[in-house]
Design a protein around this ligand. Structure first.
Ligand code: COA
Length: 221
């Protein structure tokens, strides 16, 4: 008679176990991709096509092109914190949109412990967001981030006020925020604008402009 315990004691450590884990992982990956892609693309008002893994691959390519310290796609995938944080955010956001707020916050909390990047599951984030170094980044609930933005460690996209309305910044496409900068309130950082390291931005930044200092002033338009 087949004895499951004996079987696992004998073969538990061999390739078979790894194959089972690999198949499980591939199945999980497929289910995430299919569920995420189908349901996000069915959301109302979506302008772009979503794909969990295509977005991840795009982000890895963008990270390599932006960071001279990155040597390979594998290195970025396994060792760069924003790839994990954004992947977990995408899952958390999926739950958030379906009103499973507790599990959404749980994923977000897990990502924070793992990477030091805290992204609220309610935030809206486009593709290609690179968060270099990662540690100490906070992205609040009503933040909107366009495509191809870049943040450094210590950046806060924070809220002002305790009323449950849009109270966090909107970053249009291609915005760059230097290390330690704080952008606070319902302000808009225009397309391709830059924020200097350690600046505190409290007002809108025009398209293509650069803001530095505390409080930030516009230096280049
Ligand atoms: C804001 C930034 C993008 C501007 O770069 P730039 O367009 O090349 O501008 P410059 O360096 O020529 O500086 C222009 C002016 O802004 C000032 N300035 C630049 N960065 C500043 C900052 N973070 N805080 C205050 N003033 C700043 C400069 O002193 C200079 O002032 P001046 O004209 O009176 O001499 C850049 O300075 C910056 O802060 N980048 C962030 C980099 C970062 O966070 N790296 C982390 C790596 S781990």
């Amino acid at each position: 008679m087949w004895d499951g315990t004996l079987f696992f004691m004998k073969y538990g450590n061999n390739m078979c176990t790894y194959c089972v884990f690999l198949c499980g992982f591939v199945l999980l990956a497929f289910s995430i991709e299919i569920t995420y892609t189908l349901s996000m693309n069915n959301e109302k008002n979506t302008k772009r096509k979503y794909s969990f893994f295509k977005d991840g691959a795009y982000n890895i390519r963008r990270t390599i092109s932006l960071d001279p310290a990155a040597h390979s796609a594998m290195e970025v995938l396994l060792l760069y914190p924003h790839i994990k944080a954004i992947g977990l955010y995408r899952i958390a956001h999926w739950f958030w949109l379906r009103n499973h707020t507790f599990i959404a916050r749980w994923f977000s909390n897990w990502a924070r412990h793992w990477t030091g990047i805290e992204i609220h599951p309610g935030a809206t984030i486009g593709k290609g967001l690179v968060i270099d170094h990662g540690m100490g980044v906070v992205i609040g609930e009503t933040t909107i981030i366009g495509d191809d933005c870049q943040l450094y460690h210590g950046v806060t996209l924070g809220g002002t006020g305790a009323v449950h309305v849009k109270r966090h910044p909107t970053l249009e496409d291609g915005v760059y925020v230097g290390a330690g900068a704080k952008c606070l309130g319902n302000i808009t950082l225009g397309r391709n604008s830059k924020v200097g390291a350690n600046s505190v931005v409290l007002k809108d930044v025009p398209v293509n402009a650069t803001a530095v200092g505390m409080p930030a002033r516009i230096i280049i338009k």
